[in-house]
Each structure stands twice: as structure tokens, then as C-alpha cells.
Design a protein around this ligand. Structure first.
Ligand SMILES: [Zn+2]
Length: 127
């Protein structure tokens, strides 16, 4: 898919976690990211706007965005995604967790901030 200035990126099917922040109006930001149709402003808009992507969980954390992102684990398969203003060396704020098996992060109380799940069939994150 094409993701703004990142250009064409490959998003393999599987479990993904995106970590973002909102200094204010967190509810509105999350609601925006969950809408399929919206102006494309952030990298995440391209992902959540794609009908092949399903958001399965959104969680909030008090810790700083980059710390949370780095604690989520996974692999930064899409360098720079959601990390245009990242100064902590995350590499990407979208991380690929696994290809098939549901990670522990999807269970209640799991450690992950949010999970878009691109699917290889038909049919979703927060800056
Ligand atoms: Zn970061």
C-alpha cells in the first residue's frame, strides 16, 4: 500500500501494533483512527483506511509513547511508520508481532497499546 511520504510499503498479513500519542483529545483521536473514511494526514490513516485492516484492540497507557512502543516488542518492518518525529530511535511506531498466532497482547490485560491486523483476505492505529 502507499503510505504518504513513505511511499509504497509492504504490510504482510499478521498481527501488528501501532503506538501513538495525543497530547489532548485522546478520545477524538482514537475515534478518528477507527473511522475508515477520513482525510489522510498521518501514516496510520492509510492503514486504518484500508478495508483489509481490522483494529482488534485499543488500549491506553500513561507511559511515554516511545517507551511503550519499545516495550511492545515485535519487528519494525516498515521503517519510519508513525515515527516522523520520534527522537528515541524507535525506527518505527508500527511493529509486526506475528504472522498467524494471536499474540498475548490481544488478550485482556495484555501489554500492547493497540493492534491493527492486516488480513490477506478482505477486511485495522494512533499518533
Ligand atoms: Zn519512538
Amino acid at each position: 500500500m502507499t503510505v504518504g511520504r513513505l511511499g509504497v510499503v509492504t504490510i504482510p498479513a499478521g498481527w501488528w501494533v501501532y503506538t501513538g500519542s495525543a497530547r489532548r483529545n485522546m478520545d477524538a483521536r482514537i475515534a478518528r483512527h477507527l473511522r475508515r473514511h477520513k482525510p489522510r494526514r498521518w501514516h496510520l490513516d492509510y492503514l486504518t483506511g484500508d478495508p483489509r485492516v481490522v483494529v482488534v484492540s485499543v488500549t491506553r497507557h500513561a507511559e511515554a509513547e516511545c517507551l511503550r512502543n519499545q516495550r511492545n516488542g515485535g519487528i519494525a518492518l516498515v521503517p519510519g511508520f508513525g515515527a516522523s518525529d520520534c527522537a528515541a530511535g524507535c525506527g518505527s511506531h508500527l511493529r509486526w508481532l506475528e504472522a498467524a498466532r494471536a499474540p498475548a497482547a490481544t488478550r485482556p490485560g495484555g501489554p500492547v497499546a493497540g493492534l491493527p491486523c492486516p488480513s490477506s483476505k478482505e477486511d485495522p492505529h494512533v499518533r
